[in-house]
Design a protein around this ligand. Sequence first.
Ligand code: SF4
Length: 247
Amino acid sequence: MEPPLIDPFGRAVTYLRISVTDRCDFRCQYCMSENMTFLPKKDLLTFEELAEISSSFVTLGTRKIRISGGEPLVRKNILTLFEHLGRFVANGQLDELTLTTNGSQLKKYAEALYAHHVRRINVSLDTLDEQKFATITRWGRLGPVLEGIEAAKQAGLKIKINTVAMKGFNDQEILNLFDGPMGRVMTSPSLKPCPWAMCHRTGLININHSPSFSMGSSKTGPSRNPATKQEAPLSIMTSRKLVVGLV
Ligand code: SF4
């Protein structure tokens, strides 16, 4: 048994977040510009490489792995990775395998995720208003997300909704997000109030222009600030050129 990973503050690193892609099928205004330049696919770690890295972390004491992105479910053949990691849950080496998603692909993947030992997911959802949803996500549609949440619920997944609370945008419907039709699936809604809200899934994004943030005004995205304090003890990104450890 390898000695556990200990961070510079003496804490055991037991929770690993893996960003499997920087791509997303949405273009949330507080996250990305509309015209993004993503990493070349050749620079992403392969699933085999991610599996190898994950296995090493499990050997070093990781007990929980969260898959994130971008939007992780847009990466082709993503179930390959869940299949590999799910085995660690099945044999008791991992306590939990989770996912943070925008929900757009959940209808397609919910049952398979459950089959690969995912039991709990976070879904990013800022509003239940179709028009507002289209505005904030630019490319997203609310309907498929709600269908995905319902599919996940039917598959047996516990769902936590992550909401970025934005003054003047969705603050009036926060209670609806808690107690409305989606309330049945929420286990622990999470609010990350502006101006220092972080990206739903990576935790790397720093909204540095709210509350003066103007919806629908800019095609440029906010800055990314890897130095921002993180929720997760350790996050890794999939690029060969950029592997970041964050505390
Ligand atoms: S906030 Fe999440 S859903 Fe929105 S563009 Fe960024 S990664 Fe995609």
